[in-house]
Design a protein around this ligand. Structure first.
Ligand code: FMN
Length: 387
């Protein structure tokens, strides 16, 4: 063979060099090679799976802001663990050919005893933010949505986005005129009730701080560390029960206290005119080493003696979780992160799908435990083994 002829080996070597040297090919290949497959929404069967998809799609910072709990995340873990300490006891032979989950809370009709908990800033999960959440919740059997005081969109815009019921969540502010203006705007926009968050949600998230090389810890980024020695923002230090009296006098709609973890506080809430108690530890984002909400729910329900409805959240990710909370006396279960994972993963359809999975799982669990309606749920259907 002459020295000038082209051999197969030379040809391959030459084209390999071209491929290696092509910056456009390298630029295209890199992201394709590095992405794992994102499943289509219909492939997901449980709410927990939405977290993995949201993780794949969101920035590290947005993911961590939703996922984290306070400090070492003891309470975050315990909220989930507590559901494992409650067993469901099926009741023998019962006609459950029609399971009825309808109820009404404080004048808001509900096809299922499930609501969207108030959570801040949905726009970092999806560009349509709370508009998409409201659309998804409405599409899922008119699920009521509690709009966070720190929503990405104003209440009137959220109200325009869909027709389902809305409540508004208030973070107390010392300035009563500012409080009144906020409440008036929320009620004018159609809020059927106001949730006043009374827990001192303020702790550091170690997870965010450990992300320091990927994204600035939020506490540092937004306004710097508080000036007091407790690391609790000034806006949350001054709460007193008399504030509740002031808010009560401003409102014609029902008022709910969110963040209650003791029987004593539940009684005080009723004395101060709250129309419902919302048992919550902020999804493990308030004081770390708070008890799990499921563990304190029975004593609060006992203290309330049926005088006002008790709502519940923190840790719910499945229909059996909802059923356990209802069996222990809650009238409705609220969902924080599950809905955020749905929104971050697929927008409004993701929110709808997460809620529909929970609804379907609740119906199935009620049928399997022999409970045809919400009135038939009580503590005899669970065996609790809290430590
Ligand atoms: C990212 C995030 C933001 C939140 N923002 C608020 C808020 O603005 N107001 C509020 O009252 N609760 C807020 N919460 C607490 C939720 O209302 C709810 O108590 C908690 O998410 C329930 O626990 P779960 O996430 O395990 O369902 C937030 C929770 C998360 C996860």
């Amino acid at each position: 063979m002459s020295s000038g002829s082209t051999t197969r080996r030379k040809l391959l070597a030459g084209s390999g060099g071209m491929l290696a040297g092509s910056s456009s090919l390298r630029a295209q290949n890199y992201p394709l090679r590095d992405h794992s497959r994102v499943p289509a929404m219909d492939e997901l069967a449980t709410v927990m799976e939405f977290e993995a998809v949201a993780f794949a799609k969101l920035s590290r910072e947005a993911y961590t802001f939703t996922a984290h709990g306070s400090e070492g995340e003891f309470t975050l873990r315990r909220n989930r663990q507590a559901f494992d300490w409650v067993e469901l006891i099926p009741k023998g032979v019962v006609d459950v050919s029609a399971v009825d989950t309808a109820s009404e809370i404080l004048g808001t009709p509900m096809a299922f005893p499930i609501m969207a908990a108030p959570t801040a800033g949905h726009a970092e999960l999806h560009r349509d933010g709370e508009l998409a959440t409201h659309q998804g919740a409405t599409a899922a059997a008119n699920t009521p949505m509690i709009v966070s005081n720190n929503a990405s969109f104003p209440m009137d815009k959220i109200a325009e986005a869909a027709k389902g019921p809305l409540w508004f969540q208030l973070y107390p502010r010392q300035d009563l005129n500012a409080t009144r203006a906020l409440l008036d705007a929320a009620v004018a926009a159609g809020s059927k009730a106001v949730v006043v968050t009374v827990d001192q949600q303020a702790s550091y998230s170690e997870r965010q701080i450990h992300n320091r090389h990927l994204a600035a810890p939020r506490q540092v980024r937004s306004g710097g560390a508080p000036a007091n020695p407790y690391r609790v923002p000034e806006s949350r230090l001054w709460y007193e029960w008399k504030y509740a009296d002031s808010v009560r006098s401003m409102l014609k709609v029902p008022m709910i206290a969110k963040g209650i973890l003791t029987a004593e506080d539940a009684r005080l809430c009723m004395e101060h005119g709250f129309d419902a108690i919302y048992v919550s530890n902020h999804g493990g984002r308030s004081l770390d080493y708070d008890p799990s909400t499921l563990e304190v729910l029975p004593e609060i329900v006992d203290a309330v003696e049926g005088r006002v409805p008790v709502l519940f959240d923190s840790g719910i990710l499945s229909g059996t979780d909802v059923l356990k909370a209802l069996a222990l006396g809650a009238k409705a279960a609220c969902i924080g992160r599950g809905i955020r994972w749905g929104l971050g993963a697929y927008g409004a359809p993701g929110v709808q799908r997460v809620l529909e999975i929970l609804q379907a799982e609740l119906v199935m669990a009620m049928a399997q435990t022999g409970k045809p309606n919400l009135a038939s749920l009580d503590r005899t259907m669970v065996r609790t083994q809290f430590p």
